[in-house]
Design a protein around this ligand. Structure first.
Ligand code: URA
Length: 290
């Protein structure tokens, strides 16, 4: 087949709400997405290439922040009439998958403050419910980069924006960043918050009946994480429901333990590593019939 430089599978940008911005749809970007969508991609490659996209997204989102004139003197003694960012920013990740975008934000914005919001489905009402949040105290005066890699139905993201608004952050000062968006979720989200900007890397076709994005990339959190669920998912004998439930409980505990002392955190990390090593050993032993 002849080499091509233009991507083919992107929704035409003219169909997008005016508050939605996609990354430049280059062949390079499509190649990165092809890697992370491929179910045979290793976890290491998934991490590397999804991190590359996250970095592009963060850089693009910074293009949407206002600047004011700033004059500096260069080492030559000349003055340079440039610009500086007008206001302070912070990141807010929607747990758990949003945490994967924090490192990309930190690489681009030194010492950036990052808050967290944990939203889960309420068993009784089936609606998204706030379980935990920890936000910078002065968040109302900052621009907020809201991080969640997959915009599917938009339910969690909309709840997260409500939480930010309750803290006094105006809609116009929030920029929602994600790697892949479903048209259904985008429409719902942008209909509700028309002046909130959304920066997305790619807009996919649709959602399936389980609210997964199609073609998508599967469960983003699961593809990145080193947890028992990943190892067990390759084993046909594993009781995946139990393992998934356990690993999601562990991640929630880490989120809640975020406030605690660093030494305690490193203890938890150590214990989790031991646990992971145990599961890996069990899995390998099973595979090798030992
Ligand atoms: N979250 C994911 O990780 N994947 C989807 O397809 C939708 C939501």
């Amino acid at each position: 087949m002849a080499a091509s430089t233009a991507p083919t599978s992107q929704t035409h940008p003219a169909a997008l709400p005016p508050s939605v911005f996609t990354l430049p749809q280059t062949a390079q970007l499509e190649a990165l997405y092809t890697i992370i969508r491929d179910k045979t991609t290793s976890r290491g490659d998934f991490l590397f290439y999804s991190d590359r996209i996250i970095r592009l997204l963060v850089e693009e989102s910074l293009n949407h922040l206002p600047v004011i004139p700033k004059i500096v003197e260069t080492p030559t003694g000349a003055t340079y009439e440039g610009v500086g960012f007008e206001g302070k920013i912070c990141g807010v990740s929607i747990l758990r998958a949003g945490e994967a975008m924090e490192a990309g934000l930190r690489e681009v914005c030194r010492s950036v403050r990052i808050g967290k919001i944990l939203i889960q489905r309420d068993e009784e009402t089936a609606l998204p419910k706030l379980f935990y949040s920890k936000l910078p105290e002065d968040i109302a005066s900052r621009y907020v980069l809201l991080l969640d890699p997959m915009l599917a139905t938009g339910g969690s993201a909309m709840k997260a924006v409500e939480v930010l608004q309750e803290q006094g952050v105006p809609e116009e000062r929030i920029i929602f960043i994600n790697l892949i968006a479903a048209p259904e979720g985008l429409k719902r989200f942008c209909g509700r918050f028309p002046s909130l900007r959304v920066i997305t890397g790619w807009i996919d076709k649709c959602l399936n009946e389980k609210s997964y994005i199609i073609p998508g990339l599967g469960d983003f959190g699961e593809r990145r994480c080193v947890c028992c669920a990943c190892w067990y998912s390759s084993s046909p004998t594993a009781d995946l429901d139990i393992v998934n439930e356990e690993s999601s409980r562990v991640t929630s505990i880490i989120a809640l333990a975020d406030d605690c002392h660093v030494a305690f955190k490193s203890l938890i990390r150590h214990a989790l590593r031991q646990l992971a090593a145990f599961f890996l050993a069990e899995h390998l032993a099973k595979q090798l019939s030992l």
